[in-house]
Design a protein around this ligand. Structure first.
Ligand SMILES: Nc1nc2c(ncn2[C@@H]2O[C@H](COP(=O)(O)OP(=O)(O)OP(=O)(O)O)[C@@H](O)[C@H]2O)c(=O)[nH]1
Ligand SMILES: [Mg+2]
Length: 287
């Protein structure tokens, strides 16, 4: 989709309405949605007019520049507390978006930063084998696991994990949650409950509520971000599977509408495959 732009520009003699329409169609196809696309095209037209630009091939660098500007402020860093203090992260998302893998990646990163005890809360008590999956990761990256039986109350698991961390000098708690569709009312209510219960034990807000978005999802990611953000105010996004797709255009409308920063990106299945989000690199990679 994004790579198609060069093809659209090749062999063109002038910048006319037809060419702009084709670029517009490409951006919409690239998951920018109508509004963000409109803003980008308007900015492009303005710059073409102001700069008296005539050559179509100059549109590509201009477009990249505008897209990078659209993500100005979208780069975020994780709210990690001082060493010796407890940081608590709640990890959310639809089924299969990469939540559990991302928890392992985060733990790996925190270990490298010199964090002490890291605790995983196996609050996905719903999907068969979810607890075992997290257990395998915990062993691999050197984290402790707090778990209950399958089917147990996820809020109780999260509570116990935070309780354990507070009483044993844990420095990071990562709460894994079951995948859920953003349209399922009861499941979204359950998230609110987990969040409330943890806050109660902690005596304050959680440090991060991170939504894990599969970059290959496209436009649906916008609805996911909105609905999850309504249930528990999100502090950041993690965009996964960017290794397997040139998609990810949905971050433009998401950031435009919700202003939620993108804290990290996932680029593979291994614990090391987590990177900072860099808007310049991201836009370059889209093309
Ligand atoms: N290529 C690639 N695969 C990923 C990435 N992140 C996760 N995966 C894969 O996506 C699949 C689902 O990952 P999980 O971490 O189990 O996802 P989840 O959100 O916990 O899934 P549920 O708990 O079932 O909702 C696994 O096969 C992961 O290896 C990534 O950044 N790149
Ligand atoms: Mg999972």
């Amino acid at each position: 989709m994004w790579g198609g732009l060069e093809g659209v520009l090749r062999g063109r003699r002038e910048i006319d309405r037809k060419l702009l329409d084709e670029i517009e169609a490409l951006l919409i196809g690239g998951d920018l949605g109508v509004e963000a696309t409109g803003a980008v095209i308007a900015a492009l037209q303005k710059r073409v007019a102001e700069g008296h630009i005539k050559e179509p091939e100059l549109l590509l660098p201009l477009l990249k520049e505008i897209l990078k500007e659209q993500l100005s402020g979208a780069e975020g860093t994780l709210a990690l507390r001082e060493d010796g203090e407890l940081t608590v992260f709640l990890i959310l998302g639809v089924n299969g978006s990469g939540k559990t893998t991302t928890i392992a990646k985060l733990a790996q990163r925190f270990k490298q930063l010199g964090k002490g005890k890291i605790i995983f809360a196996a609050a996905d008590t719903f999907r068969a084998a979810a607890i075992e999956q997290l257990e395998v990761w915990a062993e691999r990256v050197g984290a402790e696991l707090v778990k209950h039986r399958p089917g147990a109350d996820p809020g109780a698991v999260a509570f116990d994990a935070v309780d354990h961390a507070l009483s044993s000098g844990g420095e990071v708690v990562l709460i894994d949650t079951a995948g859920r569709l953003q349209t399922k009312f009861n499941l979204m209510e359950e998230l609110k409950k987990i969040d409330r219960v943890v806050q109660k034990r902690l005596g304050r807000e959680l440090d991060e509520r991170l939504l894990v978005l599969d970059a290959t999802t496209g436009q649906n990611a916008i609805s996911q971000a909105k609905k999850f953000n309504e249930a528990v105010p999100l502090t950041g996004l993690i965009l996964t599977k960017l290794d397997s797709t040139a998609k990810g255009g949905a971050v433009f409308p998401i950031f435009r509408e919700l202003g939620i920063p993108i804290k990290l990106i996932g680029v593979g299945e291994r614990a090391e495959d987590l990177h900072e989000f860099d808007r310049e690199e991201f836009v370059e990679a889209l093309f």
